[in-house]
Design a protein around this ligand. Structure first.
Ligand code: SF4
Length: 341
């Protein structure tokens, strides 16, 4: 497979993962259908499908996940539910940094000041509502640490940073330029968790400083806050190669540091940005769409799950739903959006 096609296919998988469709290609196939398809020879003319597309999908599945599933790589439900067609740029990334031209960074708040919906805005099929078994084990979070008084929290975070040091605990260290520990108010009421550093973050050593970071800043401002009033960290602290999703062993190795940061900051509300953050905070892998729109708990702290800003850059139509999620966070924090002069 040529590198351009491979990048495009990997980007497609990331796109579906942002929607919470992380495992759709691994769901069991009805044995009766398998038997039927085995009995019926495939007629390319009848299918009307261009051969390269068919073989590329199969190649991606087997190459990426080692699966022999014959489940189609594309979900017809996505097309019918109004989800935009897949962006063509192979430069799109899921990390904090998004290298594609942003369709617009403004985070609109005018459309809805109503109380946020209690239910997910994506009606889900029973199949997507069902729990998905994890591909690999996800470690349970360690026991919650002792509370640190607010005045000592910055120093406590520095102790964690010192302990991480010039970390080589997982394979991600080899491609790292700068380790991205976290940023913001050590005693923040609101804490955002992303997936991992992108190229800009890796260069600067700070989370969410690329285009996705600009959008996150706009989201924070729309909530009536400034970036310096919140705390921001990621599941992994080193940039995965080509901004791929962190492997479970990498996330499981690094996330205990995140949990300790959360224990120190003791926010009132955590907002998980995207499927990876949700997976490792909840300790289970479920479709993102089914997790949005309600309040979860992470070791006693209210946890709200929404889309990653990089995904919102690719599909700005989902900003309204992300805003609904942020309004839940605002309600829990007793915040009101800034008045529009
Ligand atoms: S990602 Fe985390 S565990 Fe892995 S090398 Fe970086 S700091 Fe260490």
């Amino acid at each position: 497979m040529d590198p351009t096609t491979r990048d495009a296919l990997l980007a497609r998988v990331r796109f579906y993962r942002d929607l919470g469709l992380t495992e759709f290609y691994r769901r069991p196939v009805d044995p009766a259908l398998l038997a039927q398809s085995a009995a019926e020879p495939v007629d390319a003319q009848t299918l009307g499908a261009p051969e390269p597309a068919l073989s590329l999908s199969k190649g991606l599945v087997s190459e990426t996940w080692g699966s022999n599933s014959s489940q189609p790589a594309l979900s017809p439900k996505l097309e019918s539910s109004g989800t935009p067609s897949f962006p063509r740029s192979s430069a799109e990334r899921v990390g904090n940094q998004d290298s594609q031209g942003a369709p617009g960074l403004a985070f609109e708040t005018r459309e809805s000041n109503n109380p946020p919906p209690v239910f997910s805005l994506h009606p889900e099929s029973p199949q997507e509502d069902a729990p998905i078994p994890p591909r690999k084990p996800i470690q349970a979070a360690p026991q919650i640490g002792d509370e640190v008084v607010p005045a000592a929290r910055a120093a406590a975070l520095q102790l964690i940073r010192d302990e991480i040091g010039d970390c080589t605990r997982c394979a991600l260290h080899s491609g790292r330029n700068k380790l991205v520990f976290g940023d913001g108010d050590a005693a923040a009421r609101l804490l955002f968790v992303g997936e991992g550093p992108g190229a800009d973050e890796d260069a600067q050593g700070l989370p969410f400083v690329g285009k996705a970071g600009q959008l996150l800043n706009n989201m924070i401002n729309a909530m009536g806050l400034k970036r310096g009033q919140v705390y921001i960290a990621n599941v992994v602290k080193c940039r995965p190669p080509a901004n791929r999703t962190p492997e479970p062993n990498e996330a499981n190795t690094c996330s205990p540091f995140l949990f300790r940061q959360i224990d120190v900051v003791r926010p009132e509300v955590i907002v998980a940005l995207g499927a990876t953050a949700a997976t490792y905070l909840l300790g289970m892998r479920q479709p993102l769409a089914g997790l949005r729109g309600r309040v979860h708990s992470f070791r006693g702290t209210k946890l709200i799950i929404t889309y990653h800003p990089a995904y919102l850059l690719r599909d700005p139509r989902q900003k309204k739903e992300a805003w609904a999620d942020l309004q839940i966070a605002m309600r829990e924090l007793g915040l009101k959006p800034p008045s529009k002069a």
